[in-house]
Design a protein around this ligand. Structure first.
Ligand SMILES: [Mg+2]
Length: 350
């Protein structure tokens, strides 16, 4: 489907690998002080002085993690960067560099890759990171994108999954479930389109949740906000697989239990109305939807006054002694064990 939009089709073989890399990466400018040598040598050279360095990587595979029939390549490039930056921010670190590698089949012309790299370039600009390397190779089937992100953090500021204590507050940024419901709408419209290519869906009522799916943002602003508020979470993780599974990671690594309150889950009105339309339970979506790229963290109760009035944060529960276990406290005030049904990327392939 993407091919239809491109008037011009320049075969990748016309450029050769090095010509292609030069062509795609010439837009990237260096702005980080820690970037000593960027693209153009055998390796990038980075210098961080006294900082601790965080490194994270993600591999996105066509047909498993994205569907190009509704995911514009520009958005895909953007999202591939965002999902990695989100992991850097989840360490309370500042993102500084990325490398981008792609494997691509000959069904993609140069113009398609230009779109992809335009999205990567936009994300790099907005989040002020340098693209310092990568690789391009051929693929016999679909498109693969692997992004590695590098960040820096003062030793005393780094936040891991392992520091939560009983009685700490459990806090999440933004709202949950939007990306998952956006995906449901896109999947439905794809099916409608396959049956009736002339249908003109009105996507306006779903604008927020579709944006959450196609063009998510990572919470760079929250890392800065923590500094401004003089708050350091005791543990932190980003919400990529779904709230339940992320809470279970925090509990497991911190060796604590947790009570999560259903009535506290932050939901956008568009998520609620779309859940009603699809007859899906909004709590299930908030718990297991995934891809929200919000930050989930725990905070010592004495720091509560510092975040109390801030609309970015919702306290959704608190941590307990480990022997108590992990529970969802429902609106009816019954306690049910928390389960991670979060969409496991590997199970999804079946
Ligand atoms: Mg993560």
């Amino acid at each position: 489907m993407i091919e239809d939009k491109n008037q011009q089709r320049t075969a990748l073989s016309d450029l050769g690998e090095f010509g292609l890399i030069d062509h795609l990466t010439s837009q990237f400018k260096v702005s980080q002080k820690s970037t000593i040598q960027s693209i153009g040598d055998d390796a990038a050279v980075l210098e961080f002085k006294n900082k601790q360095i965080v490194v994270t990587t993600d591999l996105l595979v066509e047909g498993v993690h994205f569907d190009l029939s509704y995911m514009p390549l520009k958005h895909l490039g953007y999202k591939a960067v965002i999902v990695n930056l989100s992991d850097v921010f989840a360490m309370n670190a500042k993102a500084t560099q990325i490398t981008v590698s792609i494997a691509v089949s000959n069904r993609f012309p140069l113009e398609a890759l230009e779109e992809l790299y335009a999205g990567i370039g936009t994300a790099a600009k907005i989040y002020d990171i340098d693209v310092v390397g990568g690789d391009t190779t051929s693929s016999t089937s679909g498109l693969l994108i692997s992004v590695t992100a590098i960040g820096e953090v003062e030793k005393e500021d780094v936040v891991c999954r392992s520091g939560a204590k009983p009685n700490d507050l459990l806090v999440v940024t933004g709202d949950l479930g939007g990306a998952y419901m956006g995906l449901q709408v896109l999947e439905r419209e794809k099916q409608v389109f396959l049956v009736n290519p002339n249908s003109q869906p009105d996507m306006e009522p779903y604008s927020y949740i579709i944006e959450r799916q196609l063009k998510p943002e990572a919470r760079k602003d929250i890392v800065k906000l923590f500094k401004d508020l003089e708050v350091k979470p005791t543990s932190m993780i980003d919400v990529s697989d779904g709230l339940s599974s992320e809470i279970m990671h925090l509990c497991k690594h911190s060796k604590v239990g947790c009570d999560l309150y259903e009535e506290k889950l932050p939901l956008d009105p568009q998520v609620i109305s779309t859940c009603e339309e699809f007859n899906i339970d909004s709590t299930t979506v908030a718990l297991n939807g995934g891809e929200d790229y919000e930050l989930l963290f725990t905070l010592s109760q004495e720091d509560y006054p510092k975040i109390k009035a801030n609309p970015n944060f919702t306290v959704i529960g608190y941590m307990t002694e480990p022997n108590v276990g992990m529970h969802l406290v429902t609106r009816a005030e019954t306690k049910i064990p928390l389960q991670a049904q979060g969409w496991n990327a590997l199970n999804d392939q079946e």
